[in-house]
Design a binder for this molecule. Structure first.
Ligand SMILES: Cc1ncc(COP(=O)(O)O)c(C=O)c1O
Length: 425
């Protein structure tokens, strides 16, 4: 293709036209969902670990490599300029999707984990003194615990933990009681990956801000299920991962309040993030490039742009209704299996069904279900403190997405009956 004919890998869409929700049509957009495993149709119920990818995302990534690949920002030839336009165009669309106030506040990272580490090292660490406090909740993913522990260990700060109830809900009063004069940051998940609990983030932000404390929202599980709205949340930082929201692996987002990002030093040095370099001293590029050292995952960003275009073109209200109905149905079907106990029963959950089966280890459940082509997760789901709080070593977890069906919930329930038979329960 001549350079003059360069097409953006994912052409910027005009205002997306919502199409009515039709799960069968949606499933046809995801090629992997027609695959089989050992001769059985794939029943993919592990979308909280990673979502499947629509053809539009696969095409955007492969079209970028096939026709648009060049490094960004530094090239003066048309191919590089077109790659830069795709990368920066995706930033604009992702910022709009998240309702960030400004695309410059959207930093590309490798994912939620890297976004949180960036905030821990660049924002929080320089501000911490011995005895200062970082407040998290008992339902956090290890990615929203360990980065804070690292900076706490380095500075003498202390991690405080807001309690959760037996049903897996955040105890907001307990959290409020822990916000004090030494609290320097509150960090919490919008949706728990292990339980599906949706936290009242706006309320937490209001409580923290009333005490002058900034809030980081771990949006890894929220981005694929809720209509993301950073301005409505009012948070100071928001982190999410492309691969959980139907985009590629290896790319994610950190939104940061513009004034905070301006104040923060770079956390990695290298190409692209500088304004000038001498052996005596260097100066930094403007936000957000200051935080994007080295060649980023350009194709990944282009693919993430295609993922948010895909999501924006769906009727998100209808998607939410489908997911809520599916959660209700799957919870009832799973709970009806003799010996099953659901873990995490907060009202208004995201479509995650965590459970234990009397006398059967979750790993055995997952292994036996795999023989039926059913993929679920078993273990601590990177939330060991939460498991300890709820008195279980591990759970089995079925997590659903917009392409999941009631028939798949039936397959899960039937599979669990087979688990009981195989295990003699
Ligand atoms: C709530 C939550 N936070 C953070 C992460 C980490 O995301 P990633 O591995 O994409 O960085 C996950 C992944 O499961 C998650 O569910």
């Amino acid at each position: 293709m001549p350079a003059t004919d360069l097409q953006p890998a994912s052409p910027p869409m005009a205002a997306p036209r919502a199409r009515p929700f039709d799960v069968d049509a949606v499933r046809r957009d995801f090629p992997i969902l027609s695959e089989s495993v050992g001769g059985r149709p794939l029943v993919y119920l592990d979308s909280a670990a990673t979502s499947q990818k629509p053809q539009a995302v696969i095409d955007a990534v492969s079209r970028f490599y096939a026709t648009g690949n060049a490094n960004i920002h530094r090239g003066v030839y048309r191919l590089s300029e077109a790659a830069t336009a795709q990368y920066e165009g995706a930033r604009q669309r992702i910022a709009r999707f998240l309702n960030a106030p400004d695309a410059r506040s959207v930093v590309f990272t490798r994912g939620t984990t890297e976004s949180i580490n960036l905030v821990a090292q660049s924002y929080l660490r320089p501000r911490l003194k011995a005895g200062d406090e970082i407040l998290v909740t008992a339902m956090e993913h290890h990615s929203n615990i360990v980065p804070w522990q690292l900076v706490a260990e380095a500075t003498g700060a202390v991690l405080r933990v807001a309690p959760v109830t037996d049903a897996g809900e955040l105890d907001v009063g307990g959290l409020e009681a822990l916000i004090g004069p030494r609290t320097r940051l509150v960090a919490l998940a919008q949706i728990s990956n292990s339980l599906g609990t949706v936290n009242p983030v706006q309320r937490v932000v209001a409580l923290a801000h009333a005490a002058g404390v900034p809030v980081l929202v771990d949006g890894a599980q929220a981005a694929p299920h809720l209509v993301a709205d950073i301005q409505a949340l009012g948070c100071d930082f928001f982190a999410c991962s492309g691969h959980k929201m139907f985009g590629p692996t290896g790319v994610g987002v950190l939104y940061g309040r513009a004034d905070l990002l301006e104040e923060m030093p770079p956390w990695q040095g290298g190409g692209d993030m500088i304004a000038s370099v001498t052996f005596e001293r260097s100066s930094w590029a403007a936000v957000p490039t200051k935080f994007e050292a080295g060649t980023p995952d350009i194709a990944g960003v282009v693919g993430l742009g295609a993922a948010v275009d895909y999501l924006s073109a769906l009727d998100r209200t209808a998607v939410a209704a489908h997911e809520a109905a599916l959660l209700r149905y799957a919870s009832e079907r799973v709970a009806a299996v003799a010996g099953v106990r659901l873990v995490g029963t907060a009202p208004g959950k995201a479509p995650v069904v965590s459970f234990v089966l009397d006398g059967v280890h979750p790993h055995d459940i997952a292994t036996i279900l795999d023989a039926d082509g059913i993929c679920i997760r078993a273990g601590h789901h990177c939330t060991q403190p939460l498991m300890r709080r709820l008195g279980v070593a591990a759970t089995a977890r079925a997590s659903f997405a917009l392409y999941s069906t009631f028939a798949e919930a039936d397959a899960l329930a039937a599979g669990l009956e087979r688990v009981r038979t195989v295990m003699g329960r």
